[in-house]
Ligand binder design. Structure first.
Ligand SMILES: Cc1cc2nc3c(=O)[nH]c(=O)nc-3n(C[C@H](O)[C@H](O)[C@H](O)COP(=O)(O)OP(=O)(O)OC[C@H]3O[C@@H](n4cnc5c(N)ncnc54)[C@H](O)[C@@H]3O)c2cc1C
Length: 261
């Protein structure tokens, strides 16, 4: 079983910094972590490997420091890691990112399951996984909360507002996972020592079979016009009254004074 897990290194902050000139993320000076949902994806991959055998490869597109995220994944138990890094990939939107990641997966060779997080906590679009599946021409299931692998097929539970759908899908397949699927394991001391010794190859533009105009800023049809923190809403007012009908009357009075009704 060949399992690929896509890992994004994200800023460890809820206050994502944006360059107002370019409308892109500023990474400098912000501590980085593995995207939390991607740790769930890796844990799911490791559990499949423990049952079925095989190999888990972690893949990240990002700047050279994304190797730290990949090392953490090796320490958790991934077998190998590849960084995809080149100035030509910079400024990529989700379409260019997923195109580049799909090209890297093709270069890896055989794969049975690709696992992604349901979304990245900074970009938050949840587009990269589904777009990768489209580039690769394979089936996809999003919001997966349980995975059972049989011989040629995978049976998954897909979470939605009213419960779960059970879906059986053939391999190769791409799955994006939700937090409730598992509790990611901690890196072991032995794993950390192995990860620190590991050489992580960095693939550049020349390593991938790609059309250069589909990469980075050039290959990104999304135009970010403005990014801002929404203004905080004013606090609401609680109407105190002896009975519900008095409260409704007071509310209607206020709404009519404000010329809303
Ligand atoms: C016009 C434009 C310009 C941009 N320029 C920049 C820029 O200069 N620098 C910058 O940092 N960002 C930039 N971005 C943001 C960038 O597009 C996203 O960070 C990236 O495409 C991933 O999208 P997302 O964060 O919404 O991931 P989601 O789609 O929410 O991620 C879902 C899953 O996909 C996988 N995944 C996502 N990204 C990666 C990755 N890079 N490597 C491996 N797996 C991944 C993970 O498993 C993740 O859980 C730009 C976006 C736009 C629209």
């Amino acid at each position: 079983m060949e399992i690929v897990v896509c890992i994004k290194q994200v800023p460890d902050t809820t206050e994502v910094k944006i360059d107002p000139q370019t409308n892109t993320l500023v990474r400098q000076g912000v501590p980085s972590i593995v995207n939390p949902f991607d740790k769930n994806a890796l844990e799911a991959a490791l559990q499949i490997k423990e049952k079925q055998g095989g190999r888990v490869t972690v893949l990240s597109m990002g700047p050279p420091q994304a190797k730290d995220a990949l090392k953490e994944c090796l320490a958790m138990g991934a077998d190998q890691a590849v960084l995809i890094s080149d100035r030509a990939f910079g400024g990529a939107d989700t379409l260019a990112t997923s195109y580049t990641l799909a090209a890297a997966v093709k270069k890896l060779g055989r794969f049975d399951i690709i696992l992604c997080g349901k979304q990245a906590i900074d970009g938050d679009t949840a587009q990269v996984g589904p777009e990768m599946a489209e580039h690769l021409g394979i089936p996809q299931v999003t919001y997966v909360a349980k995975i059972d692998v049989a011989d040629e097929a995978v049976r998954v539970e897909r979470e939605h507002e009213e419960g779960y759908e059970v879906i059986e899908v053939s391999m190769p397949v791409l799955l994006t996972v939700v937090k409730s699927i598992n509790d990611p394991r901690m890196p072991t001391v032995k794993g950390t020592m192995r990860a620190n010794r590991a050489e992580i190859p960095a693939w550049t533009l020349s390593d991938l079979e790609v059309e250069p105009e589909r990469l980075g800023l050039k290959g990104s049809p999304t135009q970010v016009r403005r990014i801002f923190t929404p203004e905080q809403r004013k606090q609401g007012e609680v109407i105190e009254a002896a009975t519900a009908s008095e409260a409704v009357a007071a509310l209607v009075q206020k709404l009519s004074e404000a010329k809303i009704v």
